[in-house]
Write a protein that binds this ligand. Sequence first.
Ligand code: ZN
Length: 200
Amino acid sequence: MIIFGTGRKVVGQTPTRHDCSYCGQQASVGFYYQVRYFHIFWIPVFPYRTITGSQCMHCRQIREGNELSPQLLAEAKVEKPRPPLKYFSGIFVGIFFALLIAAAVINERNETHNYLKDPKVGDVYGVKQENGRYTLFQLMQLHGDSLGFRVNNYEVDLSSQLSSIRRDHGDDFSDEVWFYAKDELKELLDDQRIVNIRRP
Ligand SMILES: [Zn+2]
């Protein structure tokens, strides 16, 4: 369950410089600025509005938004602060995780290229087959530029489901060994039919 909602917080105040039109006290009215923001799990994601208010320190009268005179509103606007960055925290957290994922994707792609360049028995290839489904090839034999694989007995519809074969059927490979030339495998990699290569 995702818990989200809105919050509000006073992020700035000005000294009491204005006279109160209600109680008549001089220099008793100051402004405050209240940011309103969306949160997800109480982490502020982004601010959607900053409310301007005035408060009389003598009679305690509070006015907000359009309850202030146009003249006071105009004066209050001058010192209206930008919402502090922490009210964008959710966006920063999102960007951070997006960068982490991008780094992991780039890292896996580099590893896959390196593992094909310098193969080792035991490497496990995620492969898209002719039928469009995905399975695992396990490297069993190396004869120069000829690589011999056993094919996993299980298939999945999506490349993202390959991890479930790795987890649940990591040893369920055929007995036969199929040979591919390295150049052939390179083509499969370029065609994105080799999804990834993992080295145990
Ligand atoms: Zn007052």
